[in-house]
Design a protein around this ligand. Sequence first.
Ligand code: ADP
Length: 386
Amino acid sequence: MSTINNLKIGVLGGGQLGKMFCIAASNLHLNTYILDRSADFPAGTVCSKFIEGNFKDYDDVYRFGQQVDVLTIEIEHVNTDALLQLEKEGKQIHPSPSALNIIKDKGLQKQFYKEHQLPTSSFELYDSKEAILDAVNTGKLSLPFVQKSRTAGYDGKGVVVIKTMEDLDKVLATASVVEPLVAIQKELAVIAARSPKGEVKTFPVVEMEFNPTANLVEYLFCPANISESQDKALHQLAAQIIETYDICGLLAIEFFLTTENEVLINEVAPRPHNSGHHTIDSAHTSQYEQHLRAILNLPLGNTENLQAAVMVNLLGEDGFKGAAQYTGLEDCLKIDGAHLHLYGKAETKPFRKMGHATVVDTDLQSAKRKAIHIKETLKIIASESK
Ligand code: ADP
């Protein structure tokens, strides 16, 4: 007889990832506790209990952790000191706070790959804008390069591409990682899952297409259009990375496939990820259910796709800020194979992730046409413009 139904599963963060995780947990009739600033956030309506607080605050995280049996996250930027203390007291926490401390700092992440001889681009760490400008002036750093804030970035914020001397004005005044501009052929991602008993499974490789203005994922294609040997290599590497981090739960790994066909790790996230949304509608097991199975030490589910899938992020329309309104929804609901997921964020702003749609089809090209149609039809606006 299983006793998991009595467990209280705590999640730090109540955004869309927390929401979809709670829905998966609810299918197994499990109790989910969410910690975030407002019960109006996406997970507020679907969790068993919402606790208002700040996941960056030591006391809020510590008190929250004491109320639950297993603790996980939907965002990396949480108070890991409180998690380390809870772990010392015997709390089950996935991912481990020590792995989280590495991952939430892009500088430590890059050092980790270097130390473990995992493939990533070369890099240097800088403490300030002045140090970067100095390195350029003395010829130690050459253009073009990409600067990434070590701790403050997400969804392309905190990342700047410096190609010309004029671009140097854009250098961010923050401790950062600086990498050469990689000649990217494709951006790919693999989500790996690992349970405490050591079972590891990986989801099919996905291919991501970015919105050039917002620098965040717009479309995602599954399966990725890559060779069999590349596919095999990526699965093996993903399994090796999750083992090396010693993480239980999910680890989403973003890769660059270079124009020279080299695979480089860009960055990882130890939690459900945007690049796995489609699994809700296209795979035997969703990433959210897999995360749950992994952190509870249950058998991991089948990760295969049932159908090809295209996921499109539904972003707040540029030029609008305020109470969200959805136009074109009914038209999109008529499309065969289209699954709409709206997160319920009260306020829209330009390029904010407000929902996503997954189109499943026997044919990837047909799914892509439908996804483009959804992108053009479903608009998230506000009554006032920005
Ligand atoms: P975030 O954490 O905000 O997603 P990333 O480090 O993934 O930031 O960078 C965002 C995007 O910027 C990447 O998906 C890629 O398109 C581009 N990018 C990042 N690093 C490089 C690089 N070294 N060379 C070329 N493009 C890069």
